[in-house]
Design a protein. Structure first.
Length: 290
């Protein structure tokens, strides 16, 4: 993930990090990225791993599908908090782990992030951390400026830990926002964070943030955008629509529809955040040895 985000940081575009919990979502996302010549990050968190997306099964599926396409695909542990889960993912071969110490006291977050960076980097795995706290949309945490990332503190945090990417709190939240609400992002804070840190910045709670906010966030320095709720909704809505039209439709067709719905969603999304056509496959540069 580091090489993907370093390029995005250098050339000022965003990369989609989609939470994916089965083969339909993974395949839809990776094929969409390939057709758009876009990098993509596939991720899932500990809670999703316990319920359905078991890493022992998901890892080989993602690796196999990633090796079939010409665009870079990263695998990220999202919101890792348990040390044993994080180290398991590092040892398994995840290309990035996120340590979420945002609910911890600052010193504890910093020291634990530094330890995880040291372990991960020794295995060729990069690390994302979170400073400030991206809470829940249902609790209106997006409007609580006390949770936002402080640029001056962030500078010390990044320098001490050696973290590769930083998730920042600037006015988004996880989950569904109240109906009709679009979050108000603190772009001045984001601009200051980017100017001070100069590393890839991550926007959690990308779902429901609105196209205008997404484009502006990328322009001001966001390089990774986490998307879970909207991706799940794309798959669900495709299946619900198909069932409404034909209640006798079988499960196989529903799986196909879910995959196609995710694929279309991803293709539209990467165009909005600017990663489309960043990795065009040029056959003129290939030498075939017989």
């Amino acid at each position: 993930m580091k090489s993907i985000l370093d390029d995005a940081n250098k050339h000022q575009y965003g990369v989609m990090a989609m939470n994916s919990i089965n083969i339909e979502m993974v395949r839809g996302g990776i094929l969409a990225a390939a057709e758009e010549n876009s990098p993509i990050i596939i991720q899932f968190g500990p809670g999703q791993m316990k319920k359905h997306a078991h890493k022992e099964e998901m890892f080989p599926v993602i690796k196999e599908l990633a090796e079939r396409v010409h665009v870079p695909v990263a695998l990220n542990l999202d919101h890792g908090m348990d040390f044993s889960v994080i180290t398991d993912c590092i040892n398994m071969g995840f290309t990035n782990v996120m340590f979420d110490g945002s609910s911890l006291p600052y010193d504890e977050n910093m020291k634990k992030t530094e330890i995880i960076c040291s372990l991960a980097h020794s295995k060729g795995c990069s690390v994302e951390a979170e400073l400030g706290h991206v809470g829940q949309a249902a609790q209106e945490d997006d409007s609580d400026e006390n949770l936002y990332t402080d640029p001056k503190i962030a500078q010390d945090f990044v320098k001490y830990t050696g973290v590769d990417a930083l998730a920042v709190a600037i006015g988004t939240a996880h989950g569904n926002y109240p109906k009709g609400k679009t979050p108000k992002l603190d772009f001045d804070r984001l601009k200051e964070l980017k100017e001070i840190l100069q590393i890839p910045l991550v926007l959690h709670g990308g779902s429901g943030s609105g196209e205008e906010n997404l484009r502006k966030a990328v322009a001001y320095g966001i390089n990774k955008i986490n998307v879970a709720t909207d991706a799940f909704s794309a798959a669900k809505n495709g299946m619900v629509k198909a069932l409404d039209q034909d209640p006798s439709i079988d499960y196989l067709e529903l799986c196909v529809i879910a995959e196609e719905s995710v694929k279309k969603f991803v293709k539209d999304y990467v165009q909005i955040i600017g990663s489309s056509n960043r990795y065009v496959f040029n056959t003129e540069n290939i030498t075939i040895h017989e």
